[in-house]
Design a protein around this ligand. Structure first.
Ligand code: ADP
Ligand code: MG
Length: 341
């Protein structure tokens, strides 16, 4: 994650796929795996026909992780460079236009491993960021943390016990901001890990049905890194700020049908506007055209507008169950992943 020239920031979205193992329930019910990762970039639909080398059932992504691959490996190969890219902006002042915004997303149906994957990645990234800043003797750092949940297009502060929805405001300097959002200034790494644990607890107790809430809500954890040169004998030096977002998306099961079939939204059906709009935004961005990008159509994309497109760097990890019983959802997840490439 050193600055390797300035091309890196123009890279498209980094898209990876992670297969989880079959779980106990799937094994008990004689379910079986449809999918297999056959190398570090290819996932194969095993029940198709044809030779592997020219298989129409093989799909390529920037990275593919199999059921035996650790979250550490997923982090190292599919998230680390992007999550830590913001540190280059702080360190290499010559590359003043290097990205100072990065996001890592987990996308997939409920129970496919989004939270499992994103929690691990967040912890590894936090450790690396603290390791890095502790080595920088010439600069001073202030880290801040905020966390929100978006549920039914309502934004909630995960660091506050107040469950009233927060409003979004348009700030001429900073873009869309969440009004009255708690932003904690961090004392150290363990302080941050405590706050992350608070968010996890908040996300689970807010709703009566745990499963329903966590499958329908998006969680955004945002780390803000401010840095300035140490000046002996006083005086101000300019402050550089960078943001990293860790986004655990709502389960894709309700949206993907609509994306895949183009079906009209049914009245009263629990279609997730934020997830649907994120899909549209990502597809528009990945085409690299300068057309209209519908950021303003949902809360999630409004909040993340500055972190999607432009100089921002984005990694999406699409999590999948290998089980045959989830075939339709898995196909939809790969369709989303292909559109994001
Ligand atoms: P989601 O957030 O997508 O609904 P979870 O992350 O909660 O799914 O995962 C569902 C279950 O599967 C959890 O019990 C989790 O520990 C387990 N799991 C998910 N991914 C893996 C994996 N790669 N290896 C082992 N267990 C996993
Ligand atoms: Mg989850």
């Amino acid at each position: 994650w050193n600055a390797q020239g300035s091309d890196a920031r123009h890279e498209k979205i980094f898209v990876s796929v992670r297969l989880r193992p079959l779980n106990e329930k799937e094994i008990q019910s004689n379910d079986f795996a449809d999918w297999e990762s056959i190398n570090s970039t290819t996932i194969l639909f095993k029940n198709g026909l044809g030779e592997r080398s020219t298989n129409p059932n093989a799909y390529n992504f920037d990275r593919v992780f199999g059921h035996n691959d650790s979250t550490r490996k997923v982090y190292e190969e599919a998230a680390k460079e992007i999550a830590l890219s913001v540190l280059n902006g702080i360190n290499c002042l010559l590359f003043f236009d290097l990205s100072d915004l990065a996001s890592v997303f987990a996308y997939g149906q409920t129970s496919s491993g989004k939270t499992f994957t994103m929690n691990g990645i967040t912890h590894y990234a936090v450790a690396d960021i603290y390791d890095y800043i502790e080595q920088q003797k010439e600069r001073e750092f202030v880290l801040k943390f905020s966390a929100i949940e978006i549920y039914n297009e309502l934004v909630r502060d995960l660091l506050s016990t107040d469950t009233n929805p927060l409003r979004l405001l348009d700030d001429p300097e900073r873009g869309t901001v969440v009004e009255k959002l708690t932003e904690e200034t961090l004392q150290d790494k363990s302080h941050l890990l405590e706050l992350i644990a608070v968010c996890e607890a908040q996300r689970q107790t807010g709703e009566t049905s745990l499963n329903e809430a966590s499958s329908r809500s998006h969680q955004i954890l945002r780390l803000t890194i401010e840095s300035s040169a140490r000046r002996f004998g006083g005086g101000n030096s300019s402050i550089l700020a960078a943001n990293v977002n860790f986004v655990d998306l709502a389960g894709s099961e309700r949206t993907s049908q609509t994306l895949a079939t183009g079906a009209r939204l049914k009245e009263g059906s629990h279609i997730n506007r934020s997830l649907l709009t994120l899909g549209k935004v990502i597809r528009t961005l990945s085409k690299g055209k300068n057309g209209h990008i519908p950021y303003r159509d949902s809360k999630l994309t409004r909040i993340l507008q500055n972190s999607l497109g432009g100089n921002a760097r984005t990694a999406i990890i699409c999590t999948m169950s290998p089980a045959h019983s989830h075939l339709e959802q898995s196909r939809n997840t790969l369709l989303f992943a292909s559109c994001a490439k």
